[in-house]
Design a protein around this ligand. Structure first.
Ligand SMILES: [Zn+2]
Length: 553
């Protein structure tokens, strides 16, 4: 007992000493910050990226006049300011958060940055990669390993400063300028809800509101200064700031129960969220910037990583696995990946399937078109539920590797399933149903899906078969999920991109609505242009100001 008591006292004493030291260190840091730091120039442009996770194309612009704070940023108080609106901006395909965000902040397609999906299989490493972790650091690690630069690296290299809030990409950001608070908040509420009633979904509105607070003031979870702390020390704000309203995505997946009951359209749900949650949050940031007389030098970029589609039919995620299980060894508890012959990724509007070369029992070699891929496609197409949901099938190519008498020069073939099903499904029928992937573009006019697929996967991460579902049909358990993304359709793959703010108004000769297609990858070079820093011209994204010849001084 006595020892216990002493130990407790000792621990208490150590904690007290730590706390006092902490207060002294923090106090000293603030004091030296206020006295010795030289204020940076206030004249330069400051860029604030406001990422609205999952916001569909057009939603923001259509109700701009009902969003007083965002409207003021974009159009000015008297509606006479200049801005840039891009209504047709394509994100990566399939449109998932992790690879899309990585493309936004690196300016390159997944094939280059290496974040291919939320989960994917690597046939060389025989490993399933997952990005979900409490520390949210896995994307940064991939980028570090592959030496891929982010916008934050370019900003840092130019001697400028960054601050990033609620984003899971932060390579190039000083650790104390990376605010992860609400991700911890999300994880914590996940567990609290899990123990409470097994409904793990947190309250999105609460999280995004805390997001603004974390951005401005820092947060107890992160011990980082927010923008306010930065201002106290430097008398200005960082050159580039990002606030990621990631719970917008959660809300679009799981809106209010009454909205589900009343069958609200996804557009109505997202507009509701913009009006009731996002606009007041932007208002808080604008108010703070105005109080500090910093608003006038700010440029705001509003962008989304992907869109969102209302689910019209949930498909059981095990459907594909069970169909293939008739002839292939599928993933099973206790079965090692080495012994598995088929690996199916979870979800969504497109389904990724990896097939092993069964003859050599090796994952590393390409599966045989005749002996591995054809039997798998036959099993899938002869399942009525899978077939009924299907819009198209893609089959991976292995240029210069798989020599089966058919030239392989691209990343994927488009498989003409409709014609194939009207044949006797012999080997020759299968091979002649393999068409160039450009066939996909003729199905969806004006799209360049083939380019997106071409630039998405590496040799080792490319699925052997990709099932593309009809609009609204998703592989997702029917447990209250109302919206989803990851399909190839415009509701998921086209987002809006809006640039405005007093820092831009003076420099732009007029407002521009650019109907031509742009991509989310264009954000990075455009920010480079706004901040006057060098980014390589070899990136996949292009600076919007020079690409579209905007008059900008
Ligand atoms: Zn997202």
């Amino acid at each position: 007992m006595l020892i216990d008591h002493l130990l407790k006292r000792n621990v208490f004493f150590q904690l007290s000493v730590c706390l006092v030291c902490l207060i002294l260190v923090v106090g000293a840091d603030c004091a030296s910050g206020l006295s010795s730091e030289i204020a940076e120039s206030n004249a330069s442009i400051k860029v604030l990226i406001i990422e609205l996770d999952s916001l569909r194309k057009d939603c923001l612009y259509e109700i701009l006049d009902e969003l007083p704070h965002i409207r003021e940023v974009i159009k000015g108080k008297d509606n006479n300011a200049h801005f840039i609106y891009l209504p047709t901006v394509q994100t990566i395909i399939p449109s998932a958060s992790a690879p899309a965000n990585t493309s936004i902040y690196t300016g390159v397609y997944p094939r280059t940055h290496g974040v291919f999906s939320t989960t994917w299989f690597d046939r060389h490493q025989i490993k399933i990669h997952e990005l979900i972790s409490y520390s949210q650091d896995r994307i940064n690690k991939i980028l570090e390993e592959r030496e891929i630069k982010t916008i934050f690296d370019y900003v840092k290299d130019a001697g400028k400063t960054n601050l990033v809030s609620m984003l899971f990409i932060s390579k190039g950001v000083e650790p104390k300028r990376w605010l992860r608070s609400t991700i911890c908040l999300w994880a914590n509420s996940f567990w609290i809800n899990f123990f409470k009633d097994c409904r793990t979904i947190p309250d999105a509105i609460h999280i995004d509101k805390r997001g603004t607070r974390g951005f401005l003031k820092g947060h107890i979870y992160s011990l980082s200064d927010g923008v306010e702390g930065y201002y106290r020390k430097h008398h200005t704000i960082p050159d580039l700031m990002v606030i990621h309203y990631f719970a917008f995505d959660i809300f679009s997946h799981y809106p209010h129960r009454y909205q589900v009951k009343e069958q609200w359209s996804m557009e109505k749900i997202q507009k509701y969220y913009l009006k009731n949650v996002i606009d007041p949050q932007v208002g808080r940031i604008v108010k703070w910037l105005k109080e500090k007389q910093l608003f006038e030098q700010c440029v705001f970029l509003f962008i989304a990583d992907h869109g969102m589609t209302q689910i019209t039919k949930h498909l059981d995620d095990d459907l594909v696995k069970d169909a293939l299980g008739k002839e292939f060894k599928t993933q099973r508890f206790g079965r090692r990946l080495k012994k598995t012959e088929v690996i199916c990724m979870a979800g969504a509007g497109t389904k990724a399937i990896y097939i092993k070369k069964r003859e050599s029992k090796k994952w590393d070699s390409p599966p045989s078109l005749r002996r591995d891929i054809k039997p798998a496609v036959d099993l899938l197409l002869n399942n009525n539920e899978i077939k009924g949901a299907l819009e198209a099938v893609l089959i991976s190519q292995f240029p210069d590797e798989r020599k089966e008498g058919i030239p392989e020069t691209d990343a994927f073939w488009y498989f003409d399933g409709n014609n194939y099903l009207h044949t006797t499904q012999e080997e020759g029928d299968f091979l002649s149903a393999l068409k160039p992937i450009s066939h996909l573009d003729t199905l969806y006019q004006g799209s360049d899906l083939s380019t997106c697929f071409h630039k998405h996967y590496s040799r080792d991460s490319a699925p052997d078969i990709i099932l593309i579902n009809k609009p609204g049909l998703f592989y997702a358990p029917n447990k209250g999920k109302y919206g989803h993304h990851g399909s190839i359709y415009a509701t998921d793959c086209m987002v809006s991109f809006l640039i405005g703010g007093p820092g831009l108004h003076q420099k732009l000769a007029q407002s521009y609505v650019i109907e031509e297609k742009a991509t989310v990858l264009d954000l990075l070079p455009t920010v480079g242009r706004l901040l006057n820093i060098n980014v390589p011209s070899t990136l996949d994204g292009k600076d919007i100001i020079s690409t579209f010849n905007l008059v900008y001084e």
